[in-house]
Write a protein that binds this ligand. Structure first.
Ligand code: LLP
Length: 398
């Protein structure tokens, strides 16, 4: 929640964190996370599936801070990782190997060796070549690799094209024919892979629940077929992707969407006798963070007013890369009247903006600004471009 109380911006699970107080005496931009909020969103997700066997594999890429992964461990969750680095980070944070799944189209030999050595829960395989590699490496090690086939259900989710993954022309997943080809390769006694399940992930920041419904509907025939061929299919991994209403101050609509999402998944998978796996990232961590920065300068030109911050696209690239909208608010509201401004960063390119043409109440140089919903894909995509340092990360725990 990000809301004004007595003209001071407050943040956090109960809106009890006074950002003017938190920023007092600070100079440089920083991220602030409310871990209580993380727990709350995690539990809200988990409760929806309380009646079925399931595991939440938090998508580490959304925010890989060890404190967050430690919380996932404490909550009994697992991890979805997409690199050897994320795999090691999850293990170091105490998430057990048998609660880690490994996704991604480009797993190297080293990464597969690490996954096999640590005996993780499953490798989500995305191509015939990867399947062959996993099989050969497991065989050479005298191991049986646990894999799930990432199915491309050929749906075009209604999200930004850069974060859609579930359509035929995306690099992700396999069609039914490719999965058949993989199965033919292991049609012999004692193969070195065990088909643990099927996995999907159609994209990110999806608000249209019908997209998930269609994806699951397209996947059911494959599940039937694999079962028919004698594969037990312990799990169906429905991926992540549930979006956050970045434009809204309150999360009511997020929670209504979660409810619709859960009902859709539960209805579609009603006949499935295995564990459901989920890989949510943004939905759980997105709203738990805020990026805070001082105004360095206010620059007025005949055409525009620029509010120039100490932070920019190097700390939150989403507006520049996906035309994403993050609410940008002064920490102290000095007026009721607003004027239109561009909120920009210090980097030497014009893509370095956080918001363009937004109404903002009066601000002065030295005031602090909060950029909302910076829990997911902010720090994890940050860079040191122009040799700026990474912002500090601060935590509210209780
Ligand atoms: N599982 C897989 C295999 C994924 O590729 C992703 C995200 C997730 C789960 C988690 O998705 P989520 O629940 O967070 O939507 N940088 C972009 C988002 C990229 C998402 C990539 N994959 C952004 O800032 O919007």
């Amino acid at each position: 929640m990000l809301t004004y109380r007595n003209h001071r911006l407050t943040f956090g699970l109960d809106g009890d964190i006074d950002l003017a107080r938190i920023t007092e005496g600070e100079e440089h931009p920083f991220y602030l996370y409310d871990l209580r909020y993380f727990t709350y969103r995690y539990q809200a997700f988990r409760e929806k599936f309380a009646d079925v066997a399931h595991t939440i594999h938090y998508a580490v890429k959304a925010n890989a801070h060890p404190k967050i992964l430690g919380l996932v461990r404490d909550l009994g969750g697992g991890a979805d990782v997409v690199s050897g680095g994320e795999l090691l980070r999850a293990l170091e944070s105490g998430i057990p190997a048998d609660r880690i799944i490994f996704s991604g189209v480009g797993k190297t030999k080293d990464e597969i060796a690490l996954a096999l050595e640590k005996k993780i829960k499953q490798i989500n395989v995305e191509s015939i070549s990867e399947f062959k590699r996993v099989h050969a490496m497991a065989e050479a090690r005298g191991q049986v690799a646990r894999v799930a086939f990432r199915f491309n259900p050929a749906v075009n989710p209604e999200t930004h094209p850069y974060i859609a993954t579930g359509f035929r022309d995306h690099k992700f997943g396999m069609d039914t024919e490719s999965i058949h080809e993989c199965l033919n390769l292991i049609d012999r006694p004692n193969p070195a892979v065990w088909v643990a399940g099927v996995t999907l992930h159609i994209g990110s920041q999806i608000l249209e629940i019908a997209n998930f419904d269609e994806a699951l509907k397209n996947t059911l025939p494959l599940l039937d077929e694999l079962r028919g061929r004698g594969y037990a299919l312990e799990s169906l991994d429905v991926g992540g992707g549930l979006g956050v209403r970045y434009d809204l101050d309150h999360e009511t609509v997020d929670l209504e969407n979660l409810d619709r999402y859960a009902r859709t998944v539960l209805e579609r998978t009603a006949g499935f006798e295995g564990e459901l796996l989920f890989e949510p990232g943004r939905f759980i961590v997105g709203r738990c963070g805020v990026l805070l920065s001082k105004i360095e300068y206010i620059k007025r030109t005949p055409h525009k007013t620029f509010v120039i911050l100490g932070t920019g696209m190097h700390h939150l690239i989403r507006p520049a890369l996906y035309q994403a909208v993050h609410r940008v608010r002064p920490v102290i509201r000095r007026s009721e009247t607003t004027s239109l401004v561009d909120v920009v960063g210090p980097l030497c390119e014009s893509s370095d903006f956080l918001a363009k043409g937004i109404p903002m109440t009066d601000v002065e140089e030295g005031d602090w600004i909060a950029i909302a919903d910076a829990g997911a894909y902010a720090r994890s995509m940050a860079s040191e471009y122009n040799l700026h340092e990474f912002p500090e990360e601060k935590f509210i725990t209780d």
